[in-house]
Design a protein around this ligand. Structure first.
Ligand code: SF4
Length: 225
């Protein structure tokens, strides 16, 4: 019990520790709402450079509302535009389904933004190929509702630094939401800080010798908790 309490106290300082290391990241996810919705699908299983290349292709063709423009494109052209993001056939299908869902709202994003976060999540999860991480990214970064995004980096850092592991996605999400105030700005930046830390230091082969987190359980012999 004491062990868990100690971990929780350390975890409650995690955001400010990461912010001290990486500085303020603000919203972190770049682009307007429409771009965020598209990039949430494109970023699945690829790096951001490839997403940017696909987004640049899209912007060359779509000068107005990119959602309406993409929706009006034939499948083959849509697939070609997003080719740099990898897994382009499957991502084109996912994007198409997401665009069809948006069409139900006549692409009026303010209409969707008026929905409750979990009502919106339920609808997004009914779309083929939209999992919890993608749905929550759209809800947090495009529709600016406080839901915590969990990804593989989040799980890795929690396990290595605090020795904390859960069985499923929502247990991780609830752990963050129970221990931190539910605010959009905090959740947006916190997720960004986690990703930046995992990319810079806590890579699959961790760079513990240069990582500033000195209390990390993974890197300590004396196991502080
Ligand atoms: S000390 Fe090592 S394992 Fe811990 S967060 Fe840093 S890089 Fe990752």
């Amino acid at each position: 019990m004491e062990n868990l309490e100690n971990k929780k106290i350390a975890f409650q300082n995690f955001y400010s520790i990461l912010k001290g290391i990486h500085g303020s990241l603000g919203k972190w996810w770049p682009g307007e709402r429409e771009e965020i919705i598209v990039s949430a699908v494109l970023t699945q299983n690829t790096n951001w450079k490839n997403v940017e290349r696909a987004l640049n292709n899209i912007k060359e063709v779509c000068s107005g509302d990119i959602l309406i423009c993409l929706h009006n494109l034939p499948d083959e052209q849509l697939t070609n535009l997003i080719r740099p993001a990898g897994f382009y056939n499957i991502k084109a299908k996912r994007l198409r389904q997401l665009l069809n869902w948006l069409e139900n709202y006549e692409f009026k994003l303010d209409k969707i933004a008026g929905k409750d976060a979990f009502e919106l999540r339920k609808e997004l999860l009914e779309i083929n190929g939209i999992g919890k991480e993608t749905a929550d990214s759209i809800i947090l970064y495009a529709f600016e509702k406080p839901i915590f995004v969990i990804d593989a980096y989040t799980k890795r850092l929690l396990k290595r630094i605090f020795g904390i592991e859960f069985n499923d996605y929502d247990e991780y999400r609830e752990f963050f939401e129970d221990n931190y105030e539910k605010t959009v700005e905090l959740y947006q930046e916190f997720h960004g800080l986690i990703v930046e830390h995992a990319k810079l230091y806590c890579t699959s082969k961790p760079k513990c010798d240069i990582c500033p987190i000195d209390f990390c359980l993974f890197n300590r012999q004396d196991k502080p908790f």
